[in-house]
Design a protein around this ligand. Structure first.
Ligand SMILES: *Cc1c(COP(=O)(O)O)cnc(C)c1O
Length: 427
């Protein structure tokens, strides 16, 4: 594999950017290698600056469910760009987009558009605190909700429940306002609420966890959270930044039939451009400025290029058979990989919900962060490098999802499985 250009760029990048990247996971350090610089992408393929071509299962960490450079989305962005790239004033596309989100996720009576998933979760928490007049937030070990101060609290370490910050720069006073509990453990939530329920503004959760590998909610778990939140007048926030328009058109809330008070969205809804959103019932959302006192704003919020891409992307997803196709493709690859690992007698445990899945290198089962972290990270690193060498681009961490897109087809899956049958020998 030729890598002269990537290596040269990596040398330059490290001088001018911290760690050489603009987002830490891109550095590929978890699999013990240097990053690959990407030049272009189309469909299910990405191409690096040295001309190597890969089948991509990262999908920009989730957004690219239609595949890369989807013709319709690109055309919509071009057309929007010709009309001006930002006005700082309301546009028709924002209204249409908010109406569309409300139609596809009926719980979103009102939404506020922002520019990233982080901004969506930070804003939703401020709103929950402003609405309830309480300060405490409950989150879950291994769930990632963006890099907001109160949300970086020991995402999974043993100090999690103590609210000790795992990130320098987050003041203790802020970290102490977040409590992190084990995922899928309703008793832990009941216990905390028994002691402090009246102080909890919100419970925030990934309804299918996608940042500790993939961990689905246990049967009844999300409903249990709903019931506890109702009992204590605490807001339930579903962070559907990954799962929204990924696991189903109506998000995880539609498949598990549990309605949160607020929903945060990002990734897919921008069609590959920077766009996030938070929303819920009008009664709660009307507390946001200018209709209410909870201030939140953004110069580029509802940006015309992002709304054009997002509208087109959601249109293309709102077509009969789309999610059935994603399910079928993902099941085929997931089952095929399971067979490859079984034949190689490699300890493995897979979790899948629709077109997001993950194989942990361990016996399993994996139901929370503690069990996820029992995985053999060295084996994963070998697997990742062996697949990469065979033209398969997987997320460079044991704790990330494999994402299927509508641009993957039978040929791509067959190629991936043949590569896997060889690569597994190097694990
Ligand atoms: C990616 C992610 C975020 C943060 O979104 P950014 O656009 O990266 O700021 C928040 N929540 C979840 C569940 C995510 O996966």
């Amino acid at each position: 594999m030729k890598d002269d250009r990537s290596r040269e760029l990596w040398q330059r990048a490290q001088k001018v950017m911290p760690g050489g990247v603009n987002s830490p996971v891109r550095a590929m350090s978890a699999v013990g290698r240097e990053p690959i610089f990407i030049r272009s992408a189309r469909g299910c393929h990405i191409e690096d600056v040295d001309g190597n071509r890969y089948i991509d299962y990262v999908g920009s960490w989730g957004p690219m469910i239609l595949g890369h450079a989807n013709e319709d989305v690109v055309a919509a962005v071009k057309k929007a760009a010709e009309r001006g790239t930002s006005f700082g004033a309301p546009t028709e596309a924002e209204v249409t987009f908010a109406e569309m989100l409300g139609r596809l996720m009926p719980n979103l009576e009102q939404v506020r558009l922002v520019s990233s998933g982080t901004e969506a979760t930070m804003s939703a928490l401020r709103l929950a605190r402003g609405y309830t007049g309480r300060d405490l937030i409950v989150k879950f070990d291994g769930c990632y909700h963006g890099h907001g101060d109160g949300l970086l609290v020991a995402a999974g370490s043993g100090l999690a429940t103590l609210g000790i910050p795992s990130c320098p720069g987050v003041p203790d006073e802020i970290a102490e306002l977040s409590v992190s509990l084990p995922y899928n453990d309703l008793a832990a939530v009941e216990k905390l609420f028994h002691e402090k329920g009246e102080q909890v503004a919100a419970v925030i959760i990934e309804p299918v966890a996608g940042n500790m590998g993939v961990v689905p909610p246990a049967p009844g778990y999300l409903q249990g959270l709903r019931d506890i939140c109702d009992e204590y007048n605490t807001l339930l926030i579903f962070d559907e930044v990954i799962t929204g328009f990924r696991v189903a058109l109506g998000g995880a809330q539609s498949i598990y039939e549990v309605t949160p008070d607020l929903t945060t969205l990002g990734k897919i809804i921008g069609g590959g451009l920077p766009l996030g959103a938070y929303g819920g019932k009008t009664e709660i959302m009307s507390k946001v400025a200018p209709s209410g006192p909870v201030y939140q704003a953004g110069t580029l919020s509802g940006n015309p290029l992002a709304t054009a891409a997002g509208l087109r992307a959601l249109d293309l997803l709102d077509v009969a058979g789309v999610y059935e196709r994603l399910e079928e493709l993902a099941a085929r690859l997931f089952d095929g990989l399971g067979q490859v690992f079984s034949e190689a007698k490699l300890p493995h445990c897979g979790n899948r919900v629709g077109s997001m899945f993950c194989y942990f290198f361990q016996k399993g089962p994996v139901t929370d962060y503690a069990s996820a972290s029992q995985s053999d990270n060295q084996a994963f690193a070998r697997w990742h490098n062996a697949m990469l060498a065979r033209g398969i681009y997987l997320a460079p961490s044991q704790y990330e999802c494999t994402f299927m897109s509508l641009a993957h087809d039978g040929d791509a899956i067959d190629q991936t499985l043949s590569a896997a049958a060889e690569a597994v020998k190097e694990v």
